[in-house]
Design a protein around this ligand. Structure first.
Ligand code: G1P
Length: 273
C-alpha cells in the first residue's frame, strides 16, 4: 500500500527573489493557493495520507499553513469569509503532516535521503511542488496505476525541446506501449549532444524503498550534488524503472514564464467556472 508522499521543499528559490527572501518558494500562490497545496491535493486524490515534507531554515510558513490558525479562524467564524478556508480544513482533516529538515543543500537525491526517517513503506511518492500539473485525473493517481501494474519505480516524463534537455533528467528505454518505457538509460542534465532522447523526467516519482540504500552510497554527480537520477539508473540497470508519459499539462513554476503560464491557465479555468 502506498501511503506516504515526500515533498522536498528546502530549496532557496533564488529565481524568485526578492519574493522568496522571507517566504518559501513552495508558498508562492497560483491564484489564492500556494504551490505546495496543489501538490498535497494531488497526492491526497491519489490515496496518499502521509505528507512528509523535507523543509529547511526559513520555512516555518509551510508548517503554519497546514495547521490551525486560531485567531484568524475565530475572527471569520460565521462570516461570509469562512468558506475561503473550507479546502484547507478538509486537507488538514484527511492528512498527516510530518516534517524533517535538510540542513545542507546537496541535491534532490540528498533531500530524498533526508526524508528516509519519515518513510517506512515498501514504496513512496516524491512530488516536486514547483512542477504544477493540471490533469483530469491527477498525475500521481495515474502513476499509482502504473506502479500497481509493474511493481517497480515509476518516473513521469514529457517530451521537451532538444535545446532544453540540459534542465532535466533525460531517459531512454524500451517502449512498452504508447505511455510507458522500461528505462535502460538516464542522464542528469545532459547537453543536447549527450542526451539519449528528449524524454524529460518531471517532478513526480514513485520510488521503491531500496532507493534509500542506493542514495546512501551515491557519489556526487552533476554539479557535485547527490542526484536521484544516478541512483534510479542503478534500479534501471535491473529493469526496475518505468517511465510514464502522463496525460495532462505541467507548468514549471520554478521559473517566471512557467509560473505566469500556470497563473493564466488556472485563472482562465476559474473565470469559466
Ligand atoms: C530535478 C531532477 C531532474 C528532473 C527535475 C524535474 O532537477 O534532478 O532530473 O528532471 O527535477 O523538475 P531540478 O529541477 O531540481 O534541478
Amino acid at each position: 500500500m502506498l501511503s506516504t508522499c515526500l515533498f522536498p521543499a528546502a530549496g532557496y528559490g533564488t529565481r524568485f527573489l526578492p519574493a522568496t527572501k522571507a517566504i518559501p518558494k513552495e508558498m508562492l500562490p497560483v491564484l489564492t493557493k500556494p504551490l505546495l497545496q496543489y501538490g498535497v491535493e494531488e497526492a491526497l486524490a491519489a490515496g496518499f495520507q502521509n505528507m512528509a515534507i523535507v523543509t529547511g531554515r526559513g520555512k516555518r510558513a509551510i508548517e503554519d499553513h497546514f495547521d490551525v490558525s486560531y485567531e484568524l479562524e475565530h475572527q471569520i467564524k460565521n462570516t461570509d469569509k469562512e468558506y475561503h478556508l473550507t479546502e484547507i480544513r478538509e486537507i488538514m482533516d484527511k492528512c498527516n503532516f510530518i516534517y524533517t529538515r535538510q540542513n545542507e543543500m546537496k541535491g534532490l537525491g540528498h533531500a530524498i535521503l533526508t526524508g528516509r526517517p519519515l518513510v517506512n513503506q515498501k514504496a513512496f511518492a516524491v512530488l516536486l511542488a514547483d512542477d504544477l500539473c493540471a490533469a483530469d485525473e491527477g498525475v500521481l493517481s495515474q502513476m499509482v496505476k502504473i506502479y500497481e501494474k509493474y511493481n517497480c519505480s515509476v518516473v513521469a516524463i514529457q517530451e521537451v525541446e532538444k535545446s532544453q534537455v540540459n534542465r532535466y533528467g533525460i531517459i531512454a528505454g524500451e517502449k512498452l506501449d504508447d505511455q510507458c518505457y522500461r528505462v535502460n538509460n538516464m542522464i542528469e542534465k545532459p547537453s543536447p549532444e549527450e542526451a539519449p532522447s528528449n524524454l524529460a523526467i518531471i517532478g513526480r516519482y514513485i520510488l521503491t524503498s531500496d532507493i534509500f540504500d542506493l542514495l546512501a552510497d551515491q557519489k556526487p554527480g552533476k554539479n557535485g550534488e547527490i542526484q536521484i537520477t544516478d541512483s534510479l539508473m542503478k534500479q534501471a540497470q535491473q529493469g526496475k524503472v518505468i517511465a510514464y508519459k502522463f496525460h495532462g499539462r505541467r507548468f514549471d513554476c520554478g521559473n517566471l514564464d512557467g509560473f505566469m503560464d500556470a497563473s493564466n491557465f488556472f485563472y482562465t479555468q476559474f473565470k469559466e467556472r
